[in-house]
Design a protein around this ligand. Structure first.
Ligand SMILES: [Fe+2]
Length: 394
């Protein structure tokens, strides 16, 4: 949430009667977090919003299957080799890594969602590495493009209409808790600080267009890692107005204003979104450290309580070899990690990087799904050992 928005018809006071010009009563729906203590949006429908009937379950992706025991090892998952079945976003997602806070999946939808979807398990943060399209929600539509993050709060009815002319490659992060702007970027009244790496103007809001009927009546709901379907007698996009702070957002990673230091700054300066148990950082093209003796390449480190995931979007990574767009690395806590052999030394004197990647630092251990193991590069862990036993790499 950035600021309160209001669109369409709303009554002067919450919980009071709103009527159409013909005198027909509208129906209020309060979308709330933390019981009734958190952010909320009040939505006004043409129809009673809670009349959907259970129906046959015909949608939903395979949750994750068996979860093999995890060897403590560095991994490189070649997600670009994932063979997706053709279909809609609601059906083709493939989970790769998970813990009790987050689930990381990849998706490459080839069709628009034939039903609306409500994820009652998680907020979703989607990074669109390739593709684009339209996110249609009860609160309005949001256009998204390659390199966008999409923040989709839990419980919001929506469907995706990907551009049919574009190949899609998405990273989807499901978060059991709310996805938020890191606290340090706000001033005391909640406004983004002037030294934050983005401003209010960088975020795109839904474009509300009033009640609509796309002819669709079915809604798939995910709750407790299972899918359920319901059927409405009317269009679920029957919203005549809304007022609140709870709505989807789009933000291009290329609008992230990276900070650069005299010497190497820790990844936390690239924090972009925060969620319970995890933080998302954006690595974007930028100038590098400007001390004459600076080593711009990240130093080897042991993040002793973090499992670190990096999703590589494009460009050359100064610290890693054998990485392609769509690569996902997992460097778990318990073993140190750092640059590939030679990368540390080779970075001295470099003045800029063209890398583009999303990093997720997770507080709880990540489990590797069977689907992820099928994409695992078996040589990755050992690729950090320098031939002849160099002492300079991590
Ligand atoms: Fe790291």
């Amino acid at each position: 949430m950035l600021q309160r928005l209001s669109f369409g018809s709303v009554p002067p006071k919450p919980h009071t009667a709103l009527r159409s010009e013909q005198g027909v009563l509208r129906y209020e729906e309060c979308l709330t977090r933390a019981g009734f203590d958190g952010p909320y949006t009040i939505v006004y429908h043409e129809h009673r919003p809670h009349e959907a009937q259970p129906s046959e379950v015909r949608h939903g992706w395979e949750i994750s299957g068996a979860r093999p025991a995890r060897a403590l090892s560095r991994h490189h998952f070649r997600s670009f080799e994932q063979r997706f079945r053709a279909g809609a976003a609601v059906d083709v997602r493939v989970p790769l890594l998970e813990n009790d806070d987050v689930v990381l999946s990849v998706a490459a939808p080839t069709a628009e969602d034939p039903v609306y979807f409500v994820n009652a398990d998680a907020d979703e943060l989607i990074f669109v590495r390739e593709g684009g399209g339209l996110l249609k929600t009860q609160l309005g539509d949001l256009r998204f493009n390659a390199h966008d993050y999409l923040c989709l709060p839990r419980g919001l009815l929506h469907r995706f209409v990907p551009d049919s002319t574009l190949a899609q490659a998405w990273l989807v992060i499901e978060s059991a808790g709310p996805v938020a702007i890191p606290r340090q970027y706000r001033n005391e009244i909640g406004q983004l600080r002037m030294d934050a790496p983005y401003s209010h103007r960088d975020f795109r809001m839904p474009d509300f267009t009033g009640p609509r009927d796309e002819g669709l009546r079915d809604v798939a709901v995910k709750r407790g890692n299972a899918f359920f379907c319901f059927r409405y007698a009317h269009s679920p996009l029957d919203v005549v107005g809304w007022d609140g702070t709870y709505y989807p957002l789009a933000f291009s990673i290329l609008d992230f204003a990276a900070k650069v230091g005299l010497t190497h700054l820790p990844p936390s300066v690239h924090a972009t979104f925060a969620m319970p148990g995890a933080i998302v950082c954006s690595f974007v093209p930028r100038l590098l450290d400007f001390h004459p003796l600076a080593i711009p390449c990240p130093y080897p480190h042991s993040s002793v309580d973090i499992d670190e995931v990096i999703y590589y979007a494009r460009g050359n990574f100064t610290s890693r070899q054998g990485i392609s767009a769509g690569s996902i690395s997992l460097h778990p806590a318990g073993i140190p990690h750092g640059p590939h052999p030679g990368a540390y030394e080779a970075s001295i004197g470099a003045t800029r990087t063209d890398e583009l990647a999303v990093m997720l630092d997770c507080a709880r251990p990540l489990r590797v799904t069977t689907a992820a193991l099928a994409l695992d590069d078996p040589d990755y862990h050992h690729s950090f050992v320098a031939p002849g036993g160099s002492h300079s790499t991590g």
